[in-house]
Design a protein around this ligand. Structure first.
Ligand SMILES: [Zn+2]
Length: 370
């Protein structure tokens, strides 16, 4: 979410205002490949739970919590997603999030995503959430993490989808606010697998959160960070995240292809990138010709995974839809697709034996689909 604000807005304008012309993406030409994607066991690492808050759920939660939304119906709300600038987007986004107040609301949000993901054969997910936004509205951390954790357990028991939770710092709020959120979350650290960094990068470089990442590591949490495409000093941010903060993964990170030195470091450290091509699929800044991020990263030998990011604000396109578009947009071969899927499981913050079990399920599928 909020992440890539400028890229997001540009992407949304294409997706929402003129969806059938978005990026001149042709309809998928190979239905068999689409079936192959749909049936393939998959993992997802870059999905913001608040970005999966669909319009119909906003209405349901508003009714339950006695709130009135400024839209007549779901269609009117979705029509409002046709925003054209940052302030209008943020108003919609934050207004929508206000319906999340109680533990059950967070349960319903997370469970709905996990149902959708499981229906697309996502068998493992590591999901972001932004607690600072909820703490600001007086929601206790226990309600946020408690609801999501209960949903994760139920989804694993009932649907067979395993998941973990990553606390994201909202980088354009203060460092003190982020530390307060981390401190409030640490009593629940058994329910977290890592911390991340999202929202607006401008004037909020990753080093602002050095102490937060250090404290998270001391408490046994993994570390990842958004480095969205074409931000001010994107390469500097990637360098800091790689070399200074020593993040375990990078979310987006496409500008790295502009630095052979950083590419070599990422390859040497086997850094996985969680790429969301719907939002941040094209590099433009300072280039004569736009560069397709997924294609360029694959060609650079980087470890790419693909995720859906904020599907409720992206035409409700979840992982299968995103992968199908990526096939066309980036001319992915079947081998590249399976490599991306394999990367997905290898990137998991799980014990090796658990990772191997997930990879075995993928390999079994690939043998049966051969
Ligand atoms: Zn994101």
């Amino acid at each position: 979410m909020l992440i890539h604000r400028r890229g997001f807005i540009a992407g949304m304008a294409a997706l929402v205002a003129v969806p059938r012309q978005a990026g001149a993406v042709a309809p998928i030409t190979d239905p068999e490949l689409a079936r192959f994607i749909a049936g393939m066991p998959k993992a997802e690492y870059h999905v913001h739970l608040e970005g999966t808050l669909e319009a119909d759920m906003k209405f349901a939660l508003a009714r339950r919590n006695g709130l009135k939304l400024p839209f007549a119906d779901v269609a009117a709300m979705k029509a409002s997603y046709d925003f054209h600038d940052l302030p209008s987007f943020l108003k919609i986004y934050y207004d929508g999030m206000k319906v999340l107040l109680k533990e059950q609301d967070f349960y319903d949000l997370a469970y709905a995503y996990l149902v959708k993901a499981a229906s697309q054969n996502v068998i493992y997910a590591e999901m972001f959430f932004d607690p600072q936004e909820h703490l600001k509205r007086g929601v206790p951390m226990a309600a946020v993490i408690g609801g999501i954790t209960r949903a994760r357990r139920d989804a694993q028991a009932k649907l067979g989808i395993r998941s973990q939770l990553i606390l994201c710092f909202v980088r354009d709020l203060s460092a003190e606010s982020a530390m307060a959120a981390l401190d409030a979350a640490l009593p629940f650290k058994a329910d977290l697998v890592g911390v991340g960094l999202d929202s607006d990068e401008k004037d909020n470089p990753p080093e602002k959160f050095r102490a937060h990442f250090a404290k998270a590591r001391v408490n046994g949490l993994h570390v990842t960070a958004h480095c969205d495409v074409d931000q001010v000093d994107s390469l500097g941010h990637i360098r800091t995240v790689l070399l200074d903060l020593k993040a375990d993964r990078i979310d987006h990170g496409g500008n790295i292809v502009q630095s052979p030195e950083l590419v070599a470091i990422a390859r040497q450290r086997s850094i996985y990138f969680t790429v969301c091509p719907t939002f941040s699929g094209t590099l433009r800044a300072g280039l004569k010709e736009p560069v397709d991020v997924v294609r360029a990263m694959l060609d650079a030998g980087l470890k790419v995974t693909i995720s859906s990011d904020d599907p409720a604000y992206m035409g409700s396109e979840y992982l299968n839809d995103v992968l199908i578009r990526a096939v066309d947009r980036s001319n992915l071969t079947r081998d590249e697709l399976t490599m991306i899927a394999r990367n997905g499981f290898e990137a998991a913050w799980l014990p090796e034996a658990d990772k191997s079990a997930l990879i075995a399920r993928l390999e079994s599928y690939l043998r049966s689909a051969a």
